[in-house]
Design a protein around this ligand. Sequence first.
Ligand code: FES
Length: 505
Amino acid sequence: MREYTVTLVPSGRSRPFPEGTILSDALVDMGVPLRTPCGGRGLCRRCRVRLGDDASTEVLACRSVVDRDVRVMVAGASTWEVSPFPGLTRGRRLGAAVDLGTTTVKVALVDVDRGRFHTVASFLNPQRRFGHDVVSRIAAAADLRARDRMTGLIRSALRVCLEKALLASRIDGTTIETVVLSGNTTMLSLFFGLDVSPLGRYPYAAATRDFPGVAPGEVGLDGIVGGEVKGLPVFSAFLGADLVGALTLFGRTSLEGWTLFADLGTNGELFLAAPSGEVFAASCAMGPALEGMNISCGMSADDGAITRIRSTPAGLAFDMMGTGEPAGITGTALVDLIAVLLDARVIRPDGRLDLDGGRGGLPEGLTAAPEGDMKAVGLWGGLRLTQMDIRNVQLAKAAMHAASRLLMDAAGVAPADVRRVVLAGALGEKMDLEGFMRLGFLPPFGGATFEVAGNTSLEAALTACIDPGFAAQAAQARQRVREVVLSEQEAFQDVFISSLDFPGG
Ligand code: FES
């Protein structure tokens, strides 16, 4: 395959790339982590770069490929923001915790001796263009070159992120002692360069359930990490370190009744824990809608993103990051919007947009804005919510709803027996519980209390950076788990289909 050289202007740094490499990927490899908040769909225009000796041509890096030698100028504002760890001084023992999500990656630095930590960055997983979910990434990885590329992309992104975090905290030149990664089994396996094909075919066996420390040089982190890079243990092909980590965190507190824990993400994971200590666990494919991906106007929380939408007496109001025209909406705002439209009966319980041939009951400020044959609601700044977007949210919510019902069936527990519901995930911390339940992501639980636990996957990795015994406890916690493989449940199809409707039908 032909190779072409990408040269950064003005530094003059250059590197060859195979013909056809997406320019934004090439830039990540070269240590320039472009922001791609719309997931590389050419909508947000945040990934603009200039090409040519005179930087005269502007292109979207996410939509451009390397097909000739090219000189690229990147405006500083287009790269991810890495926030400095306040008050960190040289000479501290440092760890790094990573929640390696299918869609979103979160990284925190940890001051090991003081037990302090700070989330330094959140960025979209650059493997995303090989598929939105674990199943499509496993399929893509059947091509060994694609697998290597996915492994290389995530390692480069993490390296750049850690370098920037140290620089921003004014302690560059310091090495990080340990890196601990959490995430689903596929993401961890790809990071450590393992064969993921067994995860995609019967009997769905993980190549390993433990990711003990490797030398930083083996995963592209040499020079920046002094000790080792390890992953938290996973349970199986479907139940990852995020679930095992959360279970271990919860194992430190006593449970006073049945507890349902749901980790919301592209790959949703749930467990139902009995006071006796027994744990039933399952995973479900929610897709990336709640992270703002695979939605026509979706984006991650970044400049231009609408982050919340609510009804006010004066009509709909929204919160937005930054200034100017809205560029997209986040998953949280998407849940808000669908809840509002359900209440206005513009979305029917079966998910159909009912615009009555015109505006229907649309709240003030919104319009009917069909996209070809597809019904859609016009929002602000030319954004639209299409019928397909609503279907994608229905698929996500049906997956979580059906998984929780089947888990309760397997444990012989009725919703009324559940005492405590804990929601976690990258989205969990910002989640509006009311909207979440309005859309029916979970069945109603008569007497349960609800908690939003934030990102327990990252918290588990953080804890493992500080407490050297945590990974062993996590490995031990696996013994309590009984996996419920949803696709093997006879009632799966029926329960899934009956979970598609929004409540109120
Ligand atoms: S337009 Fe390139 S990432 Fe949004």
